[in-house]
Design a protein around this ligand. Structure first.
Ligand code: TEU
Length: 544
């Protein structure tokens, strides 16, 4: 079987502004990432995904770029970035960067020129429309605002934005735009990066004419539109196929069948994707729903295309809080969720701090939060006369800031993240949940992650094995196999706050079993055909 590095890899996501601050300005920085590379390497990580650190007014934490080829001052400079890349490669790891090309900042020189006049040569680099009956050209909502249209007084036209008004969409129908983006991609690829995580890459193509829709709140009309595959094939032909790189498309709202159109091995578009079906369809844990999603994506994608496995990132709250148990069983729950993510089919992602079981937060006031999506929604809802406290509390669980609080390095002031005033509050539980504590505790979440990641390097069955769900419609138990050649691993997960009886699938009743890993101590090697699992207990057995 063909071995492919980005399928075998474990990716660690560095949200640098919350990772480690070395200059005391209260923001993490690239020098901080450099100083923690040995920590990331020791975990067993192969690839680092660095969130955007390009020049930006920072309205959406770097996803509003004003210069694609400069480094944001609070992150560092190109020199620091080049040192980071060199140090990552020196440790045998790879670095992928965020490619944010659906939109720029409204402070990007391209947009400043485009908005300056209707006949500016760059007018058509963005999407401008005349008012319709004195109003927005169509009834579309954006992800962050009630309308995708913002009126510009100077030229008396509306411009289109899929996200905040500070993030105007580029017009991908314009070949000059595409060529400028391809040149920018080559700039970073020629510096030696190992690939791109492509921000909302399915939004580049728009429905022609921007017609009104019946249900503007169901904003899937923003993505997966005709023309997207033409653009991605051109991007692959002109740029990507000329480099040995990993491409992962963030394609939030897509089905397995449509996902395969982006990442099918003979499509010549992208290598792999991550989608949000779990995050969007499961505000809280629903094992039956999760199993159904996993099986549908396995059957709809593998082995013709490749998926990613994650439960949290900088946009989705910390998994042990949202999907597990961040109280009495936090450690066991964090280990169980990790066991699942690292044994399901696809490339596993570790979001910074997940490896020590960091949890979500509940700050006291909207003023404690930074996330533009949350704050825009808060102001939109209270402008309708809703009770501010009720609106605030309704937004807490899914606020993206849950995952954006600084990494907790130790129990000292500001969790050892900064000597300055942190840009966002530190999670108050840092005194008990921090890297220093984890490194001193052989039973910590950290060492469990390290062992899981190590297993992936030793056993190809975790990467290339077929997948079969054997747990049927049990609402807490997830029991499945991964098989490759004559090796079969049986994964047994009790995602529950109570004990559960597990019966070994009949087909393995007479086989010997060898325990590979467990998240409780003193677990028996061989098992009887029916045995009791503790709350949030996870085990992997090799079937002999
Ligand atoms: O996120 C795209 C996206 O789909 C998210 O906006 C998601 O729908 C939202 O966060 C609800 O949870 C990407 C980036 O990951 C995000 O940080 C940016 O804000 C966004 O694109 C715009 O660039």
């Amino acid at each position: 079987m063909k071995k492919i590095w980005w399928k075998e890899a474990v990716v660690y996501q560095v949200y640098w502004r919350s990772f480690y601050d070395t200059d005391g300005d209260g923001y993490g920085d690239l020098q901080g990432v450099i100083e923690k590379l040995d920590y990331i390497k020791d975990l067993g990580i192969d690839v680092i995904w660095l969130n955007p650190c390009y020049e930006s007014p920072d309205k959406d934490n770097g996803y509003d770029i004003s210069d694609y080829q400069k480094i944001m001052r609070k992150a560092g400079n190109v020199g620091t970035w080049e040192t980071l890349l060199k140090e990552v490669h020196k440790r045998g790891m790879k670095l992928i960067m965020d490619l944010v090309v659906n939109h720029t900042s409204n402070q990007h020189p391209w947009f400043l020129e485009s908005r300056s006049s209707k006949d500016n040569p760059k007018r058509d680099w963005y999407i401008w429309k005349d008012p319709v009956e004195g109003k927005e050209p169509s009834n579309w909502r954006s992800y962050f605002t009630p309308s995708t249209w913002e009126f510009d007084e100077k030229t008396e036209q509306y411009y289109f934005h899929s996200f905040a008004i500070e993030q105007p969409d580029l017009n991908w129908e314009n070949e000059e735009v595409r060529e400028a983006i391809y040149d920018m991609m080559r700039f970073w690829l020629d510096k030696g990066i190992d690939g791109f995580r492509m921000d909302v890459i399915n939004l580049l193509a728009k429905i022609p004419g921007f017609p009104n829709v019946d249900t503007p709140e169901n904003i899937n009309y923003l993505g997966n539109n005709p023309g997207i595959h033409t653009y991605l094939k051109e991007m692959n032909e002109q740029v990507l196929r000329h480099y040995d790189v990993m491409t992962v498309g963030e394609i939030p709202f897509v089905t397995p069948e449509d996902g395969l159109k982006y990442v099918g091995e003979n499509r010549n578009e992208l290598h792999t994707l991550f989608h949000f079906e779990v995050a969007d369809d499961m505000p809280t844990w629903d094992m039956l729903k999760f199993k159904e999603i996993q099986t549908r994506w396995y059957e709809g994608l593998f082995p013709k295309g490749w998926n990613s496995q994650f439960l949290n990132n900088h946009d989705h709250t910390r998994q042990v809080t949202r999907y597990g148990n961040d109280g009495e069983y936090r450690v066991q729950s964090a280990k169980l969720l990790a066991t699942m993510i690292h044994t399901l089919p696809g490339t596993p992602y570790v979001f910074q701090g997940e490896e020590i079981g960091m949890t979500g937060v509940r700050f006291d006031s909207i003023d404690d939060y930074n996330d533009i999506a949350m704050k825009n929604k808060y102001h939109e809802e209270i402008s309708k006369g809703r009770d501010p406290q009720e609106v605030f509390e309704s937004l807490l669980a899914l606020s993206r800031d849950n995952s954006r609080t600084p990494v907790q390095w130790n129990a000292k002031e500001n969790a050892g993240f900064t000597t300055g005033e942190p840009w966002i509050k530190i999670n108050p539980n840092y005194k008990s949940i921090n890297v220093e504590q984890a490194l001193e505790d052989p039973d910590s979440v950290y060492y469990y992650y390290k062992k899981l990641i190590g297993l992936r390097k030793e056993h190809e069955v975790m990467v290339y094995g077929t997948f079969e769900d054997l747990s049927g419609n049990d609402e807490s138990l997830y029991v499945y196999t991964r098989s490759l050649n004559n090796v079969t691993w049986l994964v047994i997960l009790n995602h529950s706050n109570i004990e559960n009886v597990c019966t070994v699938p009949d087909k393995f009743a007479n086989n010997d079993k060898r325990l590979i890993i467990a998240n409780y101590p003193d677990v028996e090697n061989n098992i009887a055909n029916s045995f009791t699992l503790k709350p949030h207990e996870a085990r992997i057995y090799e079937i002999k």
